[in-house]
Design a protein around this ligand. Structure first.
Ligand SMILES: Cc1ncc(COP(=O)(O)O)c(C=O)c1O
Length: 493
């Protein structure tokens, strides 16, 4: 395999890069294969360990391999083109929600159990924790009996709030007082309470673009307006565009997903988080941080929510067990550094409290260590699914298709040929027994008509392979039909 020329002009690390690349190109090293360890490669090639490391890091930068903590470097799965960075020079205007009827059709698709579920972001279903959660619930029923049938307190069961506080300390080393946590009915109610605490009807809320459609529906239902801030597929919210937007519009609050935003799957780097905090502190604008995917980075790393990076920032961080454990339990939370009394007042007014049995069950699930064990087992399944989906898209979709590179979570964001209407593809896919999420619903402006979001958060089977293959073929047919002016025939995969 190896022939390193130590006398030649080419740097040794470059030669190692070329050797690995040749072996990938020839198929000797296949997607998912582990590269030789640094030590082994250094021995076989007769070069130093730092030289091999330099080569591997460069290959990682080129996206040919990826490093996995405590495991080594692996050949990346073949995937198509990257999404392009946005390059807007003017801030967008605040607008009301459009495409409500399409959103309703998307939810119909998501709720139909007969469809291949590529339309819903449901990561924990890729490896359900049914048995361990059931065990926790049985323990709770045996212990708490009638008490578990009663009302929980407004802010939520103290044992669960303590477990959540401990989880922050354990994973990111920040101390959160349980008294600043309010348990909610899922992440969605957390976002609702947070919005109501800091803004009123008519106010302008800054959001990422594209952004989670549930957030847009919420903003709309409260009579507020969303203004979109340019979001880069690699770094998240573009801070220059944020400043421009704040200069031009009377933004009342920002609602951003700093970790694994939906649908881009992007995580804001730490330096940008600090700059974001400074920008908002200077203008005294509150941040509502949607952090429901925070625990789901494939490599297990847990970025620190922006709330904990500033002293003056008024921040409400929203979390949820829906993505990690059980969406049906409807349990989420808010960590509010200044507004907890107002959050408690709103929680009392809207829903009194959240399901007690579910709260006790999740507290037991966390205290037993099962939650951490479950996350540890779930992440590699999601990573494998993501790689498989990206590889299938690269194989079956037209070559111009661009895809996101999620480092966690459960969704892939695809930019299709400009000619393709994602709404048409959505309708055809439903008829063929597949649910997908068309790009329109992730923005109040019509910017994503030729984008779709596909979910890999479900147990993978042959139907999933078939569905992706069918979608790729249908996109190719739609592109061709633009040329001849005829819509292709419909049919099941
Ligand atoms: C980014 C984001 N935030 C919040 C939510 C709502 O979470 P929950 O199901 O806990 O209400 C979702 C669900 O899809 C989401 O994707």
């Amino acid at each position: 395999m190896l022939s390193i020329d130590k006398q030649g002009d080419t740097f040794l690390y470059r030669q190692v890069i070329d050797l690995i690349a040749e072996n990938i190109d020839s198929g000797t090293l296949r997607p998912g294969d582990r590269l030789p360890s640094l030590r082994k490669m250094s021995k076989t090639a007769g070069v130093s360990i730092p030289t091999v490391r330099q080569a591997y890091v460069e290959l990682e930068r080129q996206r040919r391999v990826e490093s996995r903590p405590q495991s080594g470097f692996y050949v990346r799965h073949r995937a198509g083109n990257d999404l392009v960075r946005p390059t807007r020079t003017k801030a967008l205007k605040p607008v009301p929600l459009s495409g409500r009827s399409l959103m309703e059709r998307v939810y119909d698709g998501v709720n139909d159990p007969d469809l291949v579920p590529l339309g819903i972001a449901n990561p924990c279903m890729a490896r359900p924790a049914a048995k361990t959660l059931h065990r926790s619930m049985k323990r709770v029923m045996a212990r708490a009996e009638e008490r578990s049938l009663g009302y929980a307190s407004t802010l939520g069961e103290p044992t669960l709030r303590r477990q959540i506080a401990w989880h922050y300390l354990d994973t990111i080393g920040v101390q959160v007082e349980p008294e600043r946590i309010c348990i909610t009915n899922g992440g969605q109610e957390a976002l609702l309470l947070a919005l109501r605490a800091v803004a009123s009807a008519g106010d302008v809320i800054a959001v990422e673009t594209p952004t989670y459609h549930g957030l847009l529906e919420l903003i709309d239902s409260l009579g507020m307006l969303a203004v979109e801030v340019e979001t880069c597929p690699e770094e998240g919210v573009t801070l220059a565009d944020l400043v421009r937007t704040l200069d031009e519009h009377p933004v009342k609050a920002c609602m951003f997903s700093t970790t694994l935003g939906n649908p881009l799957g992007v995580t804001m780097p730490d330096d940008d988080r600090r700059r974001l905090v400074r920008i908002l502190e200077e203008r005294d604008i509150p941040l509502i941080e949607d952090d429901v995917y925070g625990d789901l980075r494939f490599d297990g790393s847990r970025p620190v929510p922006a709330q904990f990076l500033g002293r003056k920032l008024r921040a409400l961080t929203c979390g949820s067990f829906s993505k990690t454990a059980a969406p049906g339990y409807r349990i989420g939370w808010i960590v509010a550094n200044q507004d907890i009394d107002e959050i408690a007042r709103l929680k009392r007014a809207f829903s009194c409290s959240s399901g007690f049995l579910q709260q006790l069950t999740l507290a037991d699930f966390m205290a037993s260590g099962d939650y951490q064990r479950h996350l540890k087992a779930l992440r590699p399944v999601l990573r494998r699914n993501a790689e498989r989906m990206a590889a299938l898209v690269a194989e079956h979709f037209p070559a111009e298709t661009r895809t996101s590179r999620p480092l966690g979570g459960s969704v892939l964001w695809l930019e299709l040929d400009r000619q393709v209407s994602a709404e048409t593809l959505f309708d055809d896919a439903i008829e063929a027994g597949i649910s997908i999420a068309p790009g329109h619903i992730f923005s109040p402006c019509d910017c994503y008509k030729n984008f779709i979001r596909l979910s890999f958060g479900h147990p993978w089977d042959e139907r999933t392979d078939e569905a992706i293959r069918w979608l790729g073929q249908r996109v190719s047919q739609l592109v061709a039909s633009q040329a001849n002016g005829r819509h292709p025939k419909k049919g099941r995969p």
